[in-house]
Write a protein that binds this ligand. Structure first.
Ligand SMILES: Cc1cc2nc3c(=O)[nH]c(=O)nc-3n(C[C@H](O)[C@H](O)[C@H](O)COP(=O)(O)OP(=O)(O)OC[C@H]3O[C@@H](n4cnc5c(N)ncnc54)[C@H](O)[C@@H]3O)c2cc1C
Ligand SMILES: NC(=O)c1ccc[n+]([C@@H]2O[C@H](COP(=O)([O-])OP(=O)(O)OC[C@H]3O[C@@H](n4cnc5c(N)ncnc54)[C@H](OP(=O)(O)O)[C@@H]3O)[C@@H](O)[C@H]2O)c1
Length: 389
């Protein structure tokens, strides 16, 4: 029988559908002024939410669009902005507000291309032919050549969409996920993120990643934004035994959850050995959390290997550092270490995986098949955990 009084309020559960409206409390550049990147440390207050996360979890953020882009789009539609439109949820609101808050307006939906082709944009009709699918992909998403709605509406001035018609072709604003870079034990009621601000130029216009530039430039003062937690404890979690050694491979923003792991292990007084492989472009510009990490190295809490890819003629990546330390990596694995990887999925994670296989082959005296079996066994035992994006 429950001992809770009937009137006990249920703890609020925040989710993508019911996000907590949070304030941004710190926005600090981690990259130097000569860096090619703008990567930032963000702090977000959880005060009043009751939200609790664990090291390894991710934060969901629901951003708003850049107001200047919203105005460009309204002009390209030859609208005024105050026209009423019906959102996906059935609510009627002014076009400007729907474009600002509810809709994805930076990358074009195929159904918009189809609608534009139907309205007579013959070039787009051609791109929709099955044999042109690679060209369509390049046209919509190509590196430094993607076309957004403003580009297309300007390129085809004959196209006319009513505000209502246009909004119906848009996707709902998707939330973005970020690896949490802090431990709640070290920072009660706060969540830290390590975020690379996305910006590029296409067709002579500055293009901005929605959420990363929202955090960098537009989330200040009393402005709140919807957040929610996403547990990742099924696939990305610290070993329950605090004595277990861990090897963490986290170049770029991939370092975020490892800062959380280290803060958590320090707060808990866990004695397991910690080894971090961090990589970025240049030591002088891009050594995120240098003071905190070198402090931990000096305290004997952390073993740190860095790979600053552009500090010498030949690129050096985290997997090169792993292989240079192959003997010790193998020794740690044989002693029960867990192996973690976080960051770029398309290139880094695959290259680190290949390096891990090579280390097991050379140091463990195994054939490629045996090395694969060894890695499969690590995965099965949840000793090889990845969070890649
Ligand atoms: C589990 C998880 C954890 C993550 N953790 C982190 C983290 O800790 N830190 C972090 O920074 N990110 C993290 N990400 C990525 C993050 O969710 C966002 O995808 C990222 O911040 C970009 O979002 P945005 O809204 O700023 O950009 P968007 O508006 O979503 O734009 C990004 C898009 O722009 C495209 N693009 C970028 N450059 C160009 C170019 N030159 N030409 C054409 N297109 C281009 C990209 O291909 C991408 O599709 C994580 C993702 C996942 C799934
Ligand atoms: N898919 C892509 O083409 C692509 C490209 C860039 C970023 N991203 C994404 O952009 C986001 C932010 O990236 P980020 O700024 O955190 O870091 P990042 O672009 O992953 O860069 C961090 C470090 O990793 C190096 N690196 C590049 N290729 C690598 C490889 N194959 N193996 C190991 N290291 C490699 C980079 O070196 P160099 O830069 O000197 O090569 C840099 O020193 C992430 O979501 C990432 O996935 C994707």
């Amino acid at each position: 029988m429950s001992t809770e009084p009937d009137s006990a309020p249920a703890a609020p559960v925040f989710s993508n559908k019911n996000p907590f409206q949070a304030r941004h409390t710190a926005n600090i550049r981690l990259t130097g002024s000569a860096s090619e990147k703008d990567t930032r440390h963000h702090e977000i207050s959880l005060a009043g939410s009751g939200m609790k996360y664990m090291a390894g979890d991710a934060l969901g953020l629901i951003p708003t669009n850049c107001p200047a882009l919203v105005e460009e789009l309204i002009a390209a539609l030859r609208a005024k902005g105050d026209e009423p439109v019906t959102n996906r949820d059935g609510h009627v609101k002014p076009l400007r507000e729907a474009l600002f808050r509810d809709c994805a307006i930076t990358f074009v939906e195929k159904k918009f291309v189809e609608a534009a082709a139907e309205k007579g944009a013959t070039l787009l009709k051609d791109l929709l032919q099955p044999e042109r699918s690679a060209d369509l992909k390049a046209y919509l998403f190509g590196r430094d050549e993607s076309h957004d709605y403003v580009d297309i509406l300007r390129e085809f001035p004959e196209l006319q969409f009513t505000p209502e018609e246009f909004v119906k072709l848009l996707r709902k604003m998707p939330p973005r996920l970020y690896s949490i870079a802090s431990s709640l034990l070290a920072h009660p009621e706060s969540v830290h993120l390590t975020v690379a601000t996305v910006s590029f130029k296409a067709h002579s216009r500055a293009r901005k990643g929605v959420a990363s530039t929202f955090m960098a430039d537009r989330w200040d003062g009393d402005t709140t934004a919807g957040i929610f937690l996403q547990s990742q404890q099924k696939h990305f979690f610290l070993p329950p035994d605090g004595q277990t050694p861990i090897i963490m491979v986290g170049p770029g923003t991939g370092v975020a959850p490892f800062r959380a792991f280290l803060e958590e292990r320090q707060a808990l007084g866990h004695k397991g050995r910690n080894w971090l492989f961090f990589g970025e472009q240049r030591r002088s510009e891009d050594f995120f959390y240098e003071e905190q990490f070198t402090g931990w190295v000096n305290d004997g809490f952390l073993r740190l290997d860095t790979a600053f890819s552009r500090d010498q003629a030949q690129k050096v990546y985290v997997q090169n550092r792993l292989e240079q330390n192959a003997k010790d990596v193998w020794k740690w694995l044989e002693e029960g270490a867990e192996f973690f990887v976080c960051g770029d999925k398309s290139r880094m994670a695959a290259d680190v995986d290949a390096a891990l296989h090579r280390i097991i082959e050379t140091e463990g005296g195994k054939t490629p098949d045996q090395a694969k079996e060894y890695v499969d066994a690590l995965k099965k035992a949840k000793r090889y955990k990845r969070d890649v994006y």
